[in-house]
Design a protein around this ligand. Sequence first.
Ligand SMILES: Cc1ncc(COP(=O)(O)O)c(C=O)c1O
Length: 454
Amino acid sequence: MRFRPGPFDSALYWEIKVMQFTTNSLENHWMPFTANKDFKNDPRLVTRSEGVYIWDHKGGKILDGSSGLFCCAAGHGRKEIADAVHQQLLANDYTAPFGLGHPGSFELAQKLSSILPDTIDHVFFANSGSEAIDTALKMVMAYHRARGEGQRTRFVSRERAYHGVNIGGVSLSGMVKNRETFSGVMPNVVCMRHTWLEENRFTRGQPEHGAELADDLQRFVETYGGSTIAACFVEPIAGSTGVLVPPKGYLERLRQICDANGIVLVFDEVICGFGRLGKPFAAQAFNVTPDIMTMAKALTNGAQPMGAVAVSDTVYDTIMNAAPDKAIEFFHGYTYSGHPAACAAGIAVQNIYQNEGLFERAAELSDYFLDAVYDLRDIDAITDIRGYGLLAGIDVKPGAAPGARGSELQKKLFWNGLHIKFTGDSGILAPPLVADRAHIDEMCDVLRKTLQEN
Ligand SMILES: Cc1ncc(COP(=O)(O)O)c(C=O)c1O
């Protein structure tokens, strides 16, 4: 494992800069998904990161228990990635992606295809998970039109789903706060019920109960007509809303209903992908192959913005073959689709995953990780734990208002030396795949201490 040598100069630069900040000087940056006023009163600024740790502007060392935002699977500060991006920018910083190419995007697509399920071989690049979702929505539309089934205009998603923040992703979203302000989203989206069930509390791995929740899709077929439904989008494990592991048989049932009704099945693997579940993707972990998969985050270890959509040969060939010779087949793409620097990062990252056997390492570490996390269940504040692979969700009793306790805990944990992403009152643990047992112990020690104080 090669990390940057010694303290990074720019970290010192930022530490000095941070000392000069006043509350007012933080006002110019409108921060995303952040309580801006609260944050700016007591900022938490990260000035350095290496391995499984980040350092704050006061010099505190913090274990990164969520791999940033589920991105940094290979750990922070990987020299191989920085070198690859640096060399790429010197050699060729940008290539117009429409009607022109550069070798890196083809190499990365080929590498991805080698770890994707056998029938999924074609990769389209975007710049984020949200763009990957919008791209997938448009691919589904193009696919049905190419088959002469343009009447399929309805999309199925799920309560407690998170598919990013673009209009497509918000339309599919099952999170009220992400939707209620933005009423003008795509019509014709219906949500299946989420898969959290009371009787599955504290289940480790796939719950026994709940496969029948997939029959919500069958009910939509019976209510709206199967031939009007274009696609069903699901996160195999709903990540951001607290790690809802699919009940045994649930994903298989969705696959069957889709097959029986010509519905495209899309797995949003933005969190689950790249070894988080001990296999390259959730499709392999759960042995259910979708038609389309979206990915981002750990695709580049978070070092460059990038998203991607991988599609089956059937979807790809249908869209390709429907277009006249020499015509553009899919009227979609981004200025930065397959950006050379992002591709260079992606290639370097895939090499790290392979050379260091990180997906296998995640599988090996999973039992130790889950044992440690489930040992926390005696803590009074904890109401449920769910987990699979190196991913776990911990629910805490709500405070004065939903989410209030989660957000206070996130801050307290940070100052106690642990970064964890909270959504509402659910904390989501996803350590870098390079973590070892001592890191897991440290993470759970800080959690115990902090949760017992509350
Ligand atoms: C499952 C899933 N889909 C899509 C997204 C959106 O990705 P991005 O924030 O890169 O747009 C996320 C982000 O957390 C996600 O978890």
